[in-house]
Design a protein around this ligand. Structure first.
Ligand code: UD1
Length: 423
């Protein structure tokens, strides 16, 4: 299995290009199932999660072709007639559940394996199910699969989500595009990836209003047509690389970065003493001198501080001046990076959903591994600042969500390489 080896201590300078958003692309791809005509995505990230979604859509009968070195994904579902999403693919990635809404809308039936437990918490699908049932679907759990049916098609409904779930909002909005009548979704998630999905669906002929607010209204149409859509910038990749110069010192420009995607995160960087400014090409992040200040963080749905940046922010707080408390309110088990950071010399005390980090002068390199994507990248960030060598194992987590992570960081002066094979 590959490893990433980092010699810490190098100050960073230069520019890092930010890719299209993994989480947007993973919801835009299933939208192909809603139409007979081609859907083409540009600015797609090159990631193993995208390959998993490709495999899933192909198993449903869709044609999916990666063009331009994977940056363009050309899809067509004119022959897609299978409505069973098998466990073998779904178990690899929870976002596979995003085919449920489109399959129900188009074929009026779907069998989708439950994704099962996940390293960062239980992640059930009750909100997706309740919303689709409100639209007339009957859904039963049998043999580990959700068996969903909507005889005569889905119908518009008034739905209020108990929690502003990203995935439940995406499945409901996609399903409602082809339902009969109007769907009003209250307490909808407001994430930029949902705004991006709605833009794409609108380009396909859907009638939707209110994306980016808590109330989304969808007027069902007879059919959707083809479209070409550019995937929005990855705000989590953006935030992750913004933390690289923050943690090592130096100055890095994030090409394609946008302030509106990371406002609450930038507010925390500002509090910590990191400079962020807009440039014609994106965002510039600079840490001049001295230690960063400890800040407290609470993860919340957008526009709050993203849970997907909590682990990386913790890496920064490990060497901050003072004590910071990070509170995780989205997932119940998302501090698995803490014990690994402690092995690098950090002082962290986890109690339930709170992690108290007392900043230390220096982290030290160590062999580490992590059990999820964002945790893995937080260890890379910590390693950039640590004294000596860090070896990050289980690199396949990183490949799920960060394209060319080694080349991007080496390009701004980090001493980082990928080593193939077993130790
Ligand atoms: C998406 C993102 C993920 C991010 C998360 C929160 C994708 C592919 N993934 O995941 O990177 O961390 O948003 O910003 O876009 N929940 C329920 N019942 C449900 C659905 C969710 O209880 O039916 C709970 C989950 O267990 C979790 C919380 O709601 O505790 C948030 O989940 P949700 O917003 O649905 O996240 P995902 O769409 O899975």
């Amino acid at each position: 299995m590959d490893r990433i080896v980092i010699q810490g201590g190098a100050e960073l300078s230069g520019a890092i290009p930010i890719a299209g958003a993994k989480n947007a692309c993973l919801t835009l791809m299933p939208a192909t199932l809603l139409s007979d005509e081609p859907l083409t995505l540009t600015n797609a990230p090159r990631l193993s999660d995208i390959r998993t979604m490709t495999e899933l859509l192909q198993s449903l009968g869709a044609e999916v072709t990666a063009l331009n070195d994977g940056k363009v994904i050309a899809m067509s579902s004119h022959k897609a007639n299978n409505h069973v999403a098998h466990y073998d693919i779904v178990r690899k990635m929870r976002a596979s559940n995003l085919v449920l809404g489109p399959l129900l809308a188009r074929h009026h039936r779907a069998e989708v394996s439950l994704p099962g437990g996940c390293a960062i918490g239980a992640r059930p699908m009750d909100l997706h199910i309740t919303a689709l049932e409100a639209m007339g679907a009957t859904i039963e759990l049998r043999d580990g699969y959700l068996h969903a049916e909507a005889q005569g098609g889905l119908k518009g409904a008034e739905i209020t989500l108990d929690f502003a779930s990203v995935g439940a909002t995406e499945n409901t909005v996609m399903a409602a595009t082809l339902a009969k009548g109007t769907t009003v979704l209250q307490n909808a998630a407001r994430e930029p990836e949902i705004v991006d999905l709605v833009k794409c669906l609108r380009a396909m002929g859907a009638e939707i209003e209110g994306e980016g607010t808590s109330t989304i209204t969808i007027e069902g149409v007879e059919r959707l047509h083809g479209a070409t859509h550019p995937v929005v910038t990855d705000r989590i990749e953006l935030g992750t690389y913004m933390l690289a110069p923050a943690i090592t010192g130096g100055e890095v420009e994030l090409l394609g970065g946008r302030l509106d995607l990371v406002e609450s995160f930038v507010a925390k960087l500002d509090e910590a003493g990191i400079d962020v400014s807009e440039t014609p090409r994106g965002l510039m992040v600079k840490r001049s001198n001295g230690r960063v200040r400890a800040v407290n963080v609470v993860t919340e749905p957008f526009p709050g501080f993203p849970t997907d940046l909590q682990a990386q922010m913790m890496a920064l707080m490990c060497t901050a001046d003072g004590v910071s408390v990070l509170e995780e309110k989205i997932f119940e088990n998302r501090f698995m990076h803490a014990p690994e950071l402690v092995r690098m010399g950090a002082d962290i005390d986890v109690q339930g959903g709170h992690a108290t980090v007392t900043g230390v002068d220096k982290l030290r390199g160590a062999p580490v591994m992590a059990t999820d994507l964002r945790a893995s990248v937080s260890l890379i960030l910590a390693a950039l600042a640590a004294e000596g060598e860090t070896v990050v194992n289980r690199v396949y987590h990183l490949d799920r969500g960060y394209e060319h992570v080694v080349a991007k960081l080496a390009g701004v002066g980090a001493r980082i390489e990928r080593v193939h094979g077993d130790v």
